[in-house]
Design a protein around this ligand. Sequence first.
Ligand SMILES: CC(C)(COP(=O)(O)OP(=O)(O)OC[C@H]1O[C@@H](n2cnc3c(N)ncnc32)[C@H](O)[C@@H]1OP(=O)(O)O)[C@@H](O)C(=O)NCCC(=O)NCCS
Length: 293
Amino acid sequence: MHHLIPKLMPIGITEALSSRFPSELGQEPSRCAPPGRAEHADLTELKSVVESTLIRTMALANSSRRLSRHVGLGIVSAEDHSNYILHREELEILSPRACRRKQIEFATGRAAAHVALKQLANAFPVLRDHKGEPLWPEGIVGSITHCYPWSVAVAIKGPNLFTVGVDLETTERMKGTDITELVCSNTELDWVRGGNLQERLTMIFSAKEAVYKAFYPLCRRYIDFKDVELTWVPAQSCFHGRFLAPFGPNLPRGQVCAVHCHSYTELVFSCVIHSRGKVGMHQTPGSWLTRST
Ligand SMILES: CC(C)(COP(=O)(O)OP(=O)(O)OC[C@H]1O[C@@H](n2cnc3c(N)ncnc32)[C@H](O)[C@@H]1OP(=O)(O)O)[C@@H](O)C(=O)NCCC(=O)NCCS
C-alpha cells in the first residue's frame, strides 16, 4: 500500500530537530544503546560491501534490475545529517518522546531513503504505517536500516514486482545479552557454535530481520524468529531461509528465499530481494526462491 504524496515541505534536519526537540545531539544521557564499533567503519568500505551484496542478490534473483538504473542505494552517517533535508510530513511521524539517538537515526534513515529515491525518481517523503513499515511512493519498494552512526536505504523501481529487506548490525550488539535461544533453532545453533559465535549469531539475527522487513509488507503479520529457519550455503555465500509456517496464500510453509549476508570487521549487512510474482515457480539451482516440501 502506498501513501498519497503530500505536498513537499522540505526542512533542514538540524533546524527541524532542534526546534522540535530541546536537547542537542549528544547532550542527552541516552537510554539507547551506547555507540558500537560501527563508528569505526569507513564509508567507502561500507558502500563497497553493500553494493557488492546487492549485486550478488540481484544476480541470484535472476533479476535484470541494475544498480543506479533500477535500484537506488543511500548510505548516510549521523555526522552528515545536517547536509540533508527532511519533509515536514516525515518529521511529524517522529515521536517527541524518542531518545536523541532515535531522532538522529530516523533523520539519517530518511536522508538515506531520499538519496536512494533520487537515483530512481523525485525526492518524495517516505512515511510509515502504524507498524513501522516505511511507505514508499507508487511503483517503488524499499527498505531502511540503522546501525549507529550509519543508515542504509535501498529502493527498487518495480512497479511492485519486488519486495526488499535490508539490515545492518554490529557484532557488538550481541555482547552482554544471550539471545541465542530467542533467535535460533537447534540446527541454527549448531551452525552458530561451529564457528565465531558472536559473528555467526549476528549474521542469523541480521538475516532474520531482513527477512521480516521484506515479507512483512506482503503478509502484514508478525513473523517470529523461529518461524523461519536459515541454512548457510557456502557456495552461494548466502542463507537459504525456509518458512516453517504459512504466512499467506503466496507465502506457504516450506517456501525458501535467499538471504545474502556479508560480514566484515564488526559489521554484518543482510539483504533479501523477493520477486512477488514468482513464488514457488523457480526451481533451478541458481534461483533465489524455491519451494521445498
Ligand atoms: C522491525 C525490526 C525488524 C527492525 O529492525 P531493527 O534492527 O530493530 O532496526 P533497523 O534499524 O535495522 O530497522 C528499522 C527500520 O525497519 C523498518 N521497519 C520497521 N518496521 C517494519 C515493518 N513492519 N516492515 C518493514 N520494515 C519495517 C523501518 O524503516 C525502520 O526504520 P524507520 O523507523 O527509521 O523507518 C525489529 O525491530 C523487529 O521487530 N524484529 C522482530 C521481528 C523479526 O525480526 N522476526 C524475524 C522473522 S524471521
